[in-house]
Design a binder for this molecule. Structure first.
Ligand code: GLN
Length: 397
């Protein structure tokens, strides 16, 4: 492939500015309440911030060991044992990365050959296809259909071929809020085992579940050896800017991820990863309280959206709510979100960038509820006052 006229490598040219950066920029320009990009507008817990400050004062100022500080790898293994019951070797099976987004890139670059196929469920987090492209992989999209977004078993079977290197699962799921249930996880596991391919399981919303507890697919029979579990500190501790993530996978697969990681970011910010030890050792009550607060925000956003004339889809996990925009009379998700930002003063994310196949992909918009109840209420007031469903507006658009 030839370079683009601007000089961007052709493999990255289709991706442009991410939808999150674009919507956050527009939201700031127009003073919109930002329910777009998924970052909390409240601070992380004091005990984790204190641990970060103490690490700075204690002189954790040089490079960390590139696979993670030993005590951090141990804390990640202990947390995974408590939450999922699996024994993990902290030295051989855990790699600390600069956020889960880097772990995704390191996995693609370290384990996928050019021409390998990777199966992605759409709508997907936008870094999946971009990092697959960096690795020269071929994306095989499998669509989760609204409103239930259940695993499409036949479509998945058809998408998996002898060239499939990995199936990328994300549960709890961004943007649909699905938590794949035991049957769905068993089906993915069965298909992966039959095809002898890997499963990359992005579990960054692991502690944000409401409908049913999160289970890692790595716990299913025959899956520990073929699963790469990815997670991070960001969502569980409301510190998305700290960019501390990790990959958990057997030694042979960790070797590939480490081979890429050592030349991507090499090592993750030392004092911030050091604070992970205190964070991950938090008592069960910390995670229960986190869930309780998020459930309250989830209910508040659902109520606000219903009140404004939406019929929002109730998420089972994560911190996103999807809703159709058709009843407001705009031709696409992008047009609707632009109206929302400019004229209503609320930012949401159009979902079409989360699809490889754009046909029928512009019906949904995503609202984030990782925001204070005040912010959610303020967005509600604007939506109620300034957004008009077609019927209420007399059928005109
Ligand atoms: N994960 C965040 C979201 O879905 C965005 C992260 C980013 O901007 N790269 O909103």
């Amino acid at each position: 492939m030839a370079r683009t006229p601007h000089g961007t490598a052709a493999r990255l040219a289709p991706f442009g500015e991410s939808v999150f950066a674009r919507i956050s920029r527009l939201a700031a320009e127009h003073g919109a309440v930002n329910l777009g990009q998924g970052f909390p507008n409240f601070d992380g817990p004091q005990f984790v911030k204190d641990a970060g400050k103490q690490a700075i004062d204690a002189g954790f100022g040089q490079y960390a060991r590139f696979i993670g500080l030993p005590e951090v790898n141990r804390a990640i293994a202990a947390r995974f044992k408590t939450d999922q019951g699996l024994e993990i070797d902290p030295e051989l099976e855990i790699t600390v990365t600069s956020g889960c987004t880097e772990a995704i890139a390191a996995t693609m670059l370290g384990l996928v050959e050019p021409g390998d196929e990777v199966v992605l469920f759409e709508p997907f987090y936008d870094s999946y296809p971009a990092t697959a492209a960096m690795a020269g992989a071929v994306v095989k999209p499998v669509r989760l259909e609204a409103p239930h977004f259940r695993l499409p078993v036949e479509a998945l079977r058809q998408a998996v071929t002898p060239r499939t290197r990995l199936i990328l699962l994300n549960t709890p799921h961004n943007p649909t809020g699905r938590i794949f249930d035991a049957d769905e996880l068993r089906t993915v596991a069965e298909i992966a085992r039959a095809a002898d391919c890997l499963v990359v399981s992005d579990e960054v919303y692991e502690h944000l579940w409401y409908a049913r507890p999160h289970t890692s697919i790595a716990t299913l029979p025959g899956m520990r050896e073929r699963t790469i579990v990815l997670s991070s500190l960001g969502k569980s501790f409301s510190l998305t800017g700290w960019k501390v993530g990790w990959a958990i996978t057997p030694p042979n697969l960790s070797a590939g991820i480490r081979a890429a990681h050592q030349f991507l970011t090499f090592a993750t910010a030392t004092p911030l990863q050091r604070a992970c030890v205190e964070a991950l050792s938090a008592p069960a009550s910390y995670f229960e309280e986190l869930r309780r607060e998020y459930d309250e925000r989830r209910q508040a956003l659902l109520a606000v959206l219903r009140d404004a004339g939406f019929d929002p889809l109730t998420p089972e996990g994560s911190y996103f709510v999807l809703a159709e925009h058709a009843r407001f009379g705009h031709p696409s998700d992008e047009a609707f979100c632009e109206h929302l930002i400019r004229d209503v003063g609320v930012a949401a994310i159009p979902c079409s960038p989360f699809y490889a196949n754009r046909v029928g992909a512009d019906r949904l918009v995503r609202f984030a509820f990782c925001k204070t109840l005040d912010t959610i209420r303020q967005a509600g007031e604007r939506l109620k006052a300034r957004l008009h469903p077609l019927a209420a507006a007399g059928g005109s658009c």
